[in-house]
Design a binder for this molecule. Structure first.
Ligand code: IPD
Ligand code: CA
Ligand code: CA
Length: 265
């Protein structure tokens, strides 16, 4: 295994242990609202500290950007961490969440690790080195359109101003596809696209730590990821569309007519 993947896997597994160990005391966790419908618990913070400790020990000179403690860039390498993607699921005991760790090199994802601590399922990718689930290589199946597909999405519950646009996209897509899931962890949704459990995905207003690892997994599995303009500004805008080549284009065709000016990126 690539040495940087090895370290990221070690970090993700130890964060996963913290997350799972605390699942039987959810009612005793300290939970705070960071913003509109945006919660953080002691477990999110403990998990991030575990990850940062492991990464810092191995790569003291790399920059780190974590969801809970922030951080800063330092040189060409930046670790982007979501210690617990799917906090709302976690706090409700809904067993679907993940640890997401990506290493960016000059802004582009180079290493990706997504770990589901409940199923103990590990997804990894390295730029040019392919994507794996539990060590087995994954390739996305080509699909011609969204017809008959199973798509993932996320609701813009923190952005009332975009709900009208989103519902327009949703209605158009729902009328043409097989079915749609809103599972509650963008990182796992993207990993599921990479391994074929979902055929495509779209969501708006995500953060770099939700997306960075999943993007590389999909690209290395042969898929396409773009923002709503069809470009690669997703880490900045947080707007993501993903799928195999033709399905991605079809999904974007259903999204574009519903975009307001501030979503065209
Ligand atoms: C959230 C999850 C969710 C998505 C939200 C994210 P968090 O991450 O990925 O699926 O819809 O936009 O913020 O807050 O649980 O790390
Ligand atoms: Ca997240
Ligand atoms: Ca999180």
């Amino acid at each position: 295994m690539h040495p940087m993947v090895n370290i990221a896997v070690r970090a993700a597994r130890s964060a996963g242990n913290v997350i799972v160990r605390n699942m039987d005391r959810l009612d005793r966790l300290h939970v705070e609202a960071k913003g509109n419908n945006d919660f953080v618990s002691d477990v999110d913070r403990m998990a991030e500290r575990e990850i940062v400790q492991t990464l810092k020990r191995a790569y003291p000179d790399h920059g780190i950007l974590g969801e809970e403690y922030g951080g800063k860039a330092n040189g060409d390498y930046l670790w982007v961490i979501d210690p617990l993607d799917g906090t709302t699921n976690y706090l409700h005991g809904f067993p679907h969440f993940a640890v997401s760790i990506a290493l960016l090199h000059r802004g582009a994802p180079e290493v990706a690790v997504i770990y589901d601590p409940v199923r103990q399922e590990l997804f990894t990718a390295t730029r040019g080195g392919g994507a794996t689930i539990e060590g087995r290589r994954i390739r996305m199946r080509p699909r011609r359109s969204i017809e008959g597909a199973l798509l993932g999405t996320g609701f813009p519950f923190r952005y009332p101003e975009h709900q009208g646009s989103y519902l327009g996209m949703f209605q158009s897509i729902m009328g043409s596809t097989g079915d749609i899931r809103r599972a509650g962890s963008a990182a796992l949704d993207l990993a599921y696209v990479a391994c074929g459990r979902l055929d495509g995905f779209w969501e708006l207003g995500l953060s770099p730590w939700d997306i960075a690892a999943g993007v590389l997994l999909i690209q290395e599995a042969g898929g396409i990821v773009s923002d709503f303009a069809g470009d690669n500004g997703y880490l900045k805008s947080g707007n993501v569309v993903a799928g195999s080549l033709k399905l991605h284009a079809d999904l974007l065709r259903h999204i574009t007519p519903h975009l307001t000016d501030d979503l065209r990126c």
